[in-house]
Design a protein around this ligand. Structure first.
Ligand SMILES: [Zn+2]
Length: 164
């Protein structure tokens, strides 16, 4: 099996890291941050400016051809700030602690991501996205519920460590 790894953001910045793991039929995206966006920007402007990660099917009307899910390692803004720009309903996995905090930020009007379908991922349990398996492991970071992720395709194992 071939799995393609694409670093989409965060190479030359502190934070904002986004990486995609893709097979023929499945795609998992790990963290979903941006470094800066003016408050009134439209997703297609931010996409063409390179502020949003180069995943056009998630930010426009272009149809995607793979089962897709986003995984958030922890709820620092530079790891989840692009969620609000999603234009299609997309599953977004995060830990219970992150989901609780995110729901509170939305309740207080500080965040809004109508197309993010938040799903809870428990540490040390597998989540299957097509032919990719994702497992979260608790990490030590300065926010509750932080995890790193392991992605396996049956032959290869990849690790997304978040900030750690
Ligand atoms: Zn962090």
């Amino acid at each position: 099996m071939t799995t393609t790894v694409t670093v989409l953001n965060g190479v030359d910045t502190i934070g904002g890291n986004v990486v995609a793991f893709e097979t023929q039929t499945a795609r998992v995206i790990m963290d979903f941050g941006i470094n800066f966006a003016p408050a009134d920007s439209q997703p297609d402007d931010l996409l063409s400016n390179g502020i949003l990660p180069a995943l056009p099917d998630l930010f426009t009307d272009i149809a995607g051809d793979k089962q897709t899910a986003i995984f958030i390692s922890h709820l620092h803004l530079d790891h989840m700030g692009a969620l609000k720009y999603l234009t299609k309903l997309t599953p977004v996995y995060m830990t219970m602690e992150s989901a609780t905090l995110y729901a509170e930020l939305i309740r207080q009007g500080l965040e809004s991501a109508p197309n993010a379908q938040v799903q809870v991922i428990a540490p040390n349990k597998d989540v299957q996205i097509g032919d990719l398996t994702v497992r979260a492991f608790a990490t030590d970071h300065d926010i509750m519920g932080a995890v790193m992720f392991e992605v396996t395709d049956g032959q290869h194992r990849f690790v997304h460590s978040g900030d750690v």
